[in-house]
Design a binder for this molecule. Structure first.
Ligand SMILES: [Zn+2]
Length: 445
């Protein structure tokens, strides 16, 4: 690019890029599930974009990296029976008198390029005001049921209120959803989340994805990953927000079910890689999502609820409008808790594998926990139960401190144990295979 006159290094100047074209789509090596760029159909009269992680460059010139945030104004001219949607606050559409209308949206908060969106269709909108005064807009297709859309997205107001109390103030002016003609993907495009069209009829079945994308407005959009290696900071917190929502809206049992399902995903379908150094082909797998969520959960258990909330709020306040690294989260967690979290981050965030433990136990409360390789260090809660139909007090929750390949202990039980439940309180991401024996083996096999 030739400048009209040479600019000295370090000087700030304004560069206007005029770009025209027919943007398309491409297959990014970092997003195996769908191609990135512009989805459009002339016949069906729709258009929408999908950028994450590196597809913004398919439809506007940019430095397509989350660290290079900018404010945006979108000016969109479409046929006058269509509606255009984008990030930020809308001006009233202008009728051009030639069969077209022009929509202008302003995103006045710094936004990473992968969070930009435009969508065009024969949309209707439901507008409502959340408790804190934030305007919510849900765009759906004219042929869809307004009542169903209203029912599905009703959770948004409540979740926004709960998350504001947990995370701090909602970071943008308005929020909303735009339904798009695709089957599977929710995407936390800043202040205006893309959702699959079918969500209109999902009712309560849509709650999980709605709270996930809403939580991203804080974790991902307000504070963005400093590089794609930090993607677990996005997906871990958004996935854990689903667990938090289950806990706060439905109680402990719902929380336990969500955590249990996530743990199985990690242990049985994840591709082991360090959270903070994911494989480039697996940025959006069980590692970043479910393991990320579990590590956030374990961090909460490690530092306690009060420090956990302080950690989230400090992190969001400090890095809001910009980006954060894994190290930044580590530093804030240590700062607010006063704890040394080296071991925690080293083994859960920078180590690729997860603990697999064989646990031998006897009815008298003796245990031998066996791990191979470099042992993980953690406290493993163990729940012993006896015959609770005869005596309901025949239960005991004890803790085994594990830091060796062979960890042996004996717990004094006042009953004969019939069952052992490894980690019944869901403190540790670990696969524990419990094996009842009459006498403990002399050594680990
Ligand atoms: Zn997500």
């Amino acid at each position: 690019m030739a400048l009209p006159s040479p600019a000295p290094a370090g000087k700030t100047f304004v560069l206007s890029v005029h770009y025209a074209g027919w943007p398309g789509r491409f297959q990014s090596p970092y997003m195996p599930f769908l191609s990135l760029g512009v989805y459009a159909s002339q016949a069906n009269r729709y258009l929408f974009t999908f950028n994450e992680p590196d597809g913004a460059r398919a439809w506007f010139p940019c430095n397509d990296h989350p660290r290079d945030k900018a404010t945006f104004t979108f000016t969109l001219t479409v046929a006058d029976d269509l509606t255009a949607v984008a990030n930020g606050e809308p001006d009233p559409p202008a009728d051009n008198g030639d069969g077209t209308r022009t929509f202008v949206y302003r995103m006045d908060y710094p936004m990473a390029t992968y969070l930009a969106v435009i969508a065009v269709g024969d949309y209707r909108v439901i507008e409502e005001t959340a408790e804190g005064g934030i305007t919510l807009r849900h765009y759906y297709f004219a042929e869809q049921s307004r009542a169903n859309v209203r029912e599905t997205f009703a959770v948004t107001r409540r979740a926004l209120d709960v998350f504001e109390q947990l995370f701090g103030p909602y970071p943008f002016d308005g929020y909303g959803h735009v339904l798009t003609p695709q089957g599977a993907v929710g995407m936390e495009t800043q202040s205006m989340t893309i959702m699959p069209a079918g969500l209109a009829n999902a009712g309560a079945g849509g709650t999980r994805i709605i709270v996930h994308e809403l939580a991203h407005q804080w974790f991902g959009d307000h504070v963005s990953p400093d590089s794609w290696s930090d993607i677990w900071l996005n997906e871990g917190f958004a996935t854990y927000a689903e667990v938090l929502w289950a806990e706060l809206d439905s109680g402990q049992q719902a929380m336990a079910a969500a955590l249990g399902a996530d743990e199985n995903q990690v242990l049985f379908s994840g591709q082991p890689a360090p959270l903070a150094q994911p494989a480039v082909t697996d940025l959006f797998g069980a590692n970043s999502y479910e393991k990320g969520g579990w590590v956030v959960h374990m961090l909460r258990r490690e530092i306690g609820d009060e420090a956990f909330v302080a950690m989230m709020q400090t992190y969001l306040e400090r890095f809001g409008g910009g980006t954060a690294t894994t190290q930044d989260l580590w530093d804030v967690a240590e700062e607010v808790s006063g704890q040394d979290l080296s071991l925690f981050f080293e083994q859960w965030v920078y180590r690729p594998d997860n603990p697999f433990v064989t646990l031998y136990w006897t009815p008298r409360g003796e245990v031998l926990a066996c791990q191979t390789g470099v042992p993980f260090v953690f406290d493993l809660p163990l729940g012993f139960t006896g015959d609770r139909q005869i005596a309901p007090d025949q239960e005991a929750l004890v803790t085994l401190a594990v830091d060796e390949n062979a960890e042996r202990a004996a717990f004094a039980l006042h009953f004969e144990a019939l069952q052992l439940w490894p980690d019944p309180v869901q403190n540790v991401l670990a696969w524990v295979q419990a094996q009842p024996v009459e006498t403990l083996p002399a050594t680990c096999p």
